[in-house]
Ligand binder design. Structure first.
Ligand SMILES: NC(=O)c1ccc[n+]([C@@H]2O[C@H](COP(=O)([O-])OP(=O)(O)OC[C@H]3O[C@@H](n4cnc5c(N)ncnc54)[C@H](O)[C@@H]3O)[C@@H](O)[C@H]2O)c1
Length: 417
């Protein structure tokens, strides 16, 4: 199998997770990529990822601190995975396109809508592939949810609720997720929700939102989460407390192009009981999503009190069939649930993303989440920020075209856009 030479740019927590994804893909026997380099402004981060790669993949990628130098040293390099923190996505992605590289970029595509649009313009000029690493939708349970909705299992979709509350006053992963100028948590995590809602019921048209910063001082989180293992190396760099500048609370009403009405609430500053639910209602029933990377079955409820879950749900989506690589990685073409740890599921989804990216490079096909789709997810978040700033409903089209940009103006100024 042809394996395209690629590099990881950004060797922090997500860079480490991408490496695990590559390890999974190598182990599947289906790898169409080869990790030949790693690059980070911080030499220690890049060298440490190269050490891990040598242990996991059997060969040590070359280490760089500068992408141009990397391309000079490895002229046949074809693509980069951008796993730098969000504020630098546009500079790194635009530079990569100018260097003639294909790009797999972590979500959110850019820090602002203008940053996204700069990336899209650079991609159009280069003619290279751009795939956005929206991992949640690649989960077999997300695929099943979409297949059930498409098959009419709940009739015509009418309402969507995506509501969650957690977080308290703890620092979420790293301090930059509370910094408005580096990609606050409502954007960083909310963009996943924005992608998933639109994956399930189609493009959103308009948002009316309130956002706020409830916890302006955040404290180091001493509790371990699913992600802690990936960030342990940098734990000593997290101060005991930080001042937050990015919103941690979003409450909104959505209108989708297909007529579905939605309520989207993500609170990352809720004390006490953690809460989260995503449900789509239709003319004949409701369908509850159990989350990505946990393998939990979906739950379908009907007006007659009938509840369908587990294997029985598959009969309502007769055409549902996972793609061959997902089926191989998760162990079946028609899964109604699966048993994996978070880390196992996480790396399988990343393996899939790399495989799809390289297949698109090799065949010229368009990635499932291309730059425009990645921008749509960003636009839902930014339409909410703009709505809260302007105190009126905001259309996604307004923020995508930059006709409205009151909220992001000072962020753009800060990052030189
Ligand atoms: N898809 C997901 O589930 C998921 C989960 C976590 C993070 N992410 C995304 O991945 C990205 C990285 O997040 P993270 O948690 O790994 O951040 P991080 O802070 O742990 O790592 C970022 C790394 O990028 C490096 N870097 C910054 N600017 C650079 C540049 N211009 N060139 C080269 N290296 C540079 C930093 O030195 C650091 O090593 C973010 O955009 C984040 O939103 C996605």
């Amino acid at each position: 199998m042809t394996r395209i030479p690629i590099a990881i740019v950004g060797c922090g927590g997500m860079g480490g997770r991408h490496l695990r994804g590559l390890h999974e893909l190598y182990a599947s026997g289906q790898s169409n990529v080869e990790l030949v380099a790693v690059c980070d402004l911080r030499y220690d981060n890049a060298a440490s990822l190269a050490d891990d790669a040598e242990r996991l993949l059997g060969a040590r990628p070359q280490v760089f601190q500068d992408m141009a130098a990397m391309v000079r040293a490895i002229p046949d390099l074809q693509g980069v995975a951008i796993t730098t923190d969000t504020a630098s996505h546009h500079t790194v992605a635009c530079a990569a396109f100018e260097l003639g590289l294909h790009v797999l970029c972590e979500k959110p595509l850019g820090l602002t809508m203008r940053a996204c649009n700069r990336i899209l313009a650079a991609q159009a000029k280069s003619g290279k592939a751009l795939s956005v690493a929206e991992n949640y939708r690649r989960d077999p349970m997300s695929r099943l949810m979409r297949a059930l909705i498409d098959a009419g299992a709940i009739g015509t979709p009418t309402l969507l609720f995506d509501i969650s509350a957690s977080g308290g006053d703890r620092i979420i992963i790293l301090p930059w997720r509370h910094d408005r100028y580096r990609g606050g948590i409502v954007l960083d995590a909310g963009v996943h929700n924005a992608d998933m809602m639109q994956y399930f019921v189609g493009p959103a048209a308009e948002v009316y939102a309130r956002t706020c910063l409830l916890e302006s001082v955040r404290y180091r989180n001493e509790e371990r989460t699913n992600l802690t293992d990936f960030y342990d190396r940098w734990a000593v760099e997290i101060p005991p407390s930080i001042e937050a500048t990015a919103e941690d609370t979003l409450i909104s009403v959505l209108t989708f192009e297909g007529g579905v009405l939605g309520q989207w609430t993500n609170v990352y500053a809720a004390h006490g009981e953690g809460f989260g639910r995503m449900v789509v209602y239709g003319s004949e029933g409701s369908l509850r999503f159990g989350g990505a990377r946990n393998g939990r079955p979906l739950t379908l409820c009907r007006d007659d009190g009938g509840v369908v879950s587990g294997e029985d749900i598959l009969s309502l989506a007769p055409d549902f069939c996972l793609d061959p690589l997902t089926a191989q990685l998760f162990g079946g073409e028609r899964l109604a649930s699966y048993e994996c740890t978070f880390q196992e599921a996480d790396r399988k989804l990343l393996a899939w993303e790399y495989h799809e990216f390289a297949a698109c490079v090799l065949t010229g096909a368009t990635p499932e989440v291309d730059g425009h789709m990645g921008r749509k997810a960003m636009a839902l978040c930014y339409a909410a920020f703009e709505s809260a700033t302007l105190n009126r409903p905001v259309a996604l089209q307004e923020v995508e075209s930059e006709a409205t940009g009151a909220y992001e103006a000072d962020i753009n100024a800060r990052i030189g856009l």
